[in-house]
Design a protein around this ligand. Structure first.
Ligand SMILES: Cc1cc2nc3c(=O)[nH]c(=O)nc-3n(C[C@H](O)[C@H](O)[C@H](O)COP(=O)(O)OP(=O)(O)OC[C@H]3O[C@@H](n4cnc5c(N)ncnc54)[C@H](O)[C@@H]3O)c2cc1C
Length: 446
């Protein structure tokens, strides 16, 4: 392999994490007490932020705050959300204030507090190349070697997804990921929101709630059959248990794909409280302030095009999936709440020939390392890039602490954390002839 980075000798460390979002922040926290493992984590942003461009006022965490960096694998860790609350003297008040959910802004504050306790994190350090040199990875940014290691953990997250049908690139069309950064003028204007997931719902709720944002007209469309709720019911939540990851990994690819499609609303649906709130907002608008904002909410609409002159109004064309009719809307602002997707980072380009893919994704093993034809002992682990092999929970916070415990154990070659013993209610693959069992028997079987 030839290198292009010009100067400096990189420090040799046991593990390099690239990207510091909740995933690698959690790994850093779990490895913090690991003796003899020197780690470094690099993040391109100047300080820790958590989807701050999409941090809409009042947005709530969609999961329990116990799904923090550490608690589900080490409730005694000093990096827990409860410890953060205790240090701030907010335990008692939080219990009451969070009855409707913990705010995402407060959770970001918690992450930032935890990040400040870890000197192994380096912000303002974008990684732009990883290459091999003398049997080790050399990780570089801005043509400067940052570190060399034999263990990489990629925690670079997902990037906003913009459908190909969006050809308009002017200021009037933006992704929900950047809404709070760009804050377009929406008051008294024609606004179209595309996308029926949690992000789209949060945008619509904000537009209707904030009088300074209230549009003259609002169109909210989605390809989904309806504005569908998050399936947060008890048994569906067991898809977010460690035992289910193991079960899922044993299935054939076609079965896994079908399951992921069927389980989608357990991850991508809109929280029921938010749907209720929007419904109530529209009722009050009609009952108390008629004429202040005309609106159309239409599910079952496939996006055909978002087009128009760069600085003028935008034309949004959708196709009604029930009737096949085409609907055209003129808008001053279009918000694309069209989700996020994983992309293999460009900094891996020098290694690409050594990374066999399955379709367009890595081949991820049980311990979250990927197949890699590089030198003996060099390993690459991935965060949030394994839904197709590890299940629906892979993209969200639910199993992050457990995933990091699995990675920490694999990296250190020791049982730093217990990852096996967790009881379940459901028995995903009963043995033929097996009858009812105790929780521990189910666990052993999982
Ligand atoms: C708006 C929003 C709200 C969400 N809310 C919830 C929720 O309530 N509950 C839930 O379970 N899940 C939620 N999720 C899903 C998931 O938990 C989050 O996306 C989570 O942030 C994923 O963590 P991550 O660390 O994998 O990636 P990210 O948080 O995306 O972090 C990746 C980091 O890597 C950095 N990076 C990328 N490339 C480089 C590079 N070359 N060099 C250096 N740094 C780099 C990025 O700057 C970024 O800071 C939400 C997702 C979104 C988008």
């Amino acid at each position: 392999m030839t290198g292009t980075v010009s100067e400096g000798t990189p420090s040799r460390v046991g593990l390099v994490g690239i990207g510091i979002g909740p995933a690698n922040l959690g790994l850093s926290a779990l490895l913090d007490p690991a003796p003899r493992l020197v780690t470094r984590f690099f993040e391109r942003r100047k300080r820790f932020t958590w989807h701050d461009g999409a941090m809409l006022p009042g947005a709530s965490l969609q999961v329990s705050p116990l799904k923090d960096l550490v608690t589900l694998v080490d409730p005694t860790s000093r990096f827990s959300f409860l410890n953060f609350l205790a240090e701030r003297g907010r335990l008692y008040r939080h219990l009451i204030a969070s009855r409707g959910g913990t705010s995402r802004e407060e959770f970001e504050q918690y992450y930032r507090w935890a990040a400040a306790l870890m000197p192994q994190l380096e912000f303002g350090a974008e990684v732009d190349e990883v290459r091999l040199e003398e049997g080790r990875f050399v990780v570089s940014g801005a043509r400067r070697p940052l570190a060399s290691t034999r263990t990489l953990v990629l925690g670079t997250g997902r990037v906003p997804y913009v459908p190909d049908s969006v050809v308009h690139s002017g200021d009037h069309v933006l992704h929900s990921a950047e809404l709070m950064h760009r804050r377009p003028v929406t008051r008294g204007r024609r606004v179209v929101v595309i996308g029926g997931g949690q992000s789209g719902a949060e945008v619509v709720h904000w537009l209707l709630e904030d009088r300074d944002a209230l549009p003259a007209s609002l169109v909210w469309t989605t390809r989904r059959d309806g504005f569908l709720p998050l399936d947060d019911s008890a048994f569906s939540n067991e898809w977010f248990f460690p035992g289910y990851v193991r079960h899922f990994g044993r299935l054939g690819a076609a079965r896994r794909d079908a399951l992921l499609r069927g389980q989608r609303m357990a991850s991508d649906g809109v929280s029921a409280e938010l749907l209720d709130a929007i419904h109530g907002q529209l009722y009050r608008l009609d009952a108390l302030r008629p004429g202040s904002c005309s609106y159309r909410l239409s599910p079952g609409q496939e996006l055909v095009a978002v087009d128009g002159p760069g600085d003028g109004p935008v034309t949004v064309v959708t196709r009604d999936m029930d009737t096949d009719s085409v609907v055209t809307e003129q808008a001053d602002v279009v918000v694309l709440a069209t989700g996020y997707q994983y992309r293999i980072p460009r900094f891996l380009d020098p290694l690409r020939e050594l990374i066999p893919l399955d379709g367009d994704g890595y081949r991820v093993r049980d311990d979250y390392s990927i197949d890699f034809d590089g030198p003996e002992g060099c390993r690459i682990f991935v965060q949030g890039a394994a839904a197709r092999t590890h299940g629906v929970a892979d993209a969200n916070l639910s199993l992050m602490a457990w995933r990091n415990a699995v990675i920490a154990n694999a990296v250190t070659g020791r049982q730093l954390y217990r990852t096996e013993k967790e009881t379940t209610t459901l028995d995903w693959s009963p043995e033929p002839g097996r009858t009812a069992g105790t929780p521990s028997e189910r666990t052993a079987h999982a």
